[in-house]
Design a protein around this ligand. Sequence first.
Ligand code: SAM
Length: 332
Amino acid sequence: MSVPCVAVARERGEEVREQLAAVGVLDSDHEIAVEDGTIYVPVTDPDAVPPELRESVVERPAERREQPTMPADVLGYEPSLERLGDIVILDEDDPERAREIADAVMDSDIPCETVVNRASPIEGELRVRQWDVLAGDGTETVHREYGHEFLLDIAEVYFSPRLATERHRVVQQVEAGEQAFDMFAGVGPYAIPMASAGAEVVACDLNETAIDYLRENAERNDVADQVTAVAGDVREVAADWTGWADRVVMNLPHSADEFLDTAVALAGEECVLHYYDIQHEDDPFGPGEDAIREAAAAADEPYEVTVETEHVVRSYAPHEHNVCLDVRLRKQ
Ligand code: SAM
């Protein structure tokens, strides 16, 4: 089939393709072709081609472009799904619909080894969810985030790819040479990028499997020398690091307030706390700030408290926000 194409010297191909895309006239249903040093870029409307390229428009046969098959093409509706590495995650109450979507995902061109459906809320101290495995058999995968890779098993550890932007926001504040303590480290999505940014990091988690993955991930990302990973209850582990930290990450939003005395004990002369909380939208930051001020005042040597950032991370439930307070503590 003949379609209008802009024909230019091959060396100008990328520049012209970008120019045509920018004015919305690039025809992505047909393949670009190259012949005898000339590149032929299909366009949807010859009259909408920028004037300086209009004389280069020719009619020419072009192959139809193969579009990848997506689950919606198989199902006839757009399913809601989330991807973590090569695992596709569903949140379907109806098991039959979940099965239908899983089959469509496996029949589609999405690169995927396993499809799982949420089988429980995130629960327990270790904050792990149960899953129904609908296709494939492994729940271990490699997730990539801002240039780092994390091996993890979603059936054994907590992990949310939705927090990637938030983690990056925190990591960008890290300066080379500082000492950072991650109290609830999971498989290391804060600890490892903080180490890459030049920090010396101590990462603690109650979940031994998460700490095993964290050590493996430190190796994978070439920061094992800068990361000390400790399995255990941070209230006990912290005793070995009293007064050590320039930065403390507290990513246990439902109960971080119960660990503020530990965070303050970890703090050095001056320390930034990243305190995660879940609160009602009417006063998302007030309860956290009050709890931090109370803990800082109760220290043997009290701290002056400055709230540097109040940040809404995401909506958690109707009228409830997941928030982060970045707070600087300075010994008075
Ligand atoms: N920061 C990680 C991330 O972004 O993926 C994990 C966050 S997850 C919400 C909270 C983590 O805190 C879980 O891995 C859980 O095992 C750990 N945890 C819960 N209670 C703890 C405690 N008392 N001491 C150390 N870690 C704890």
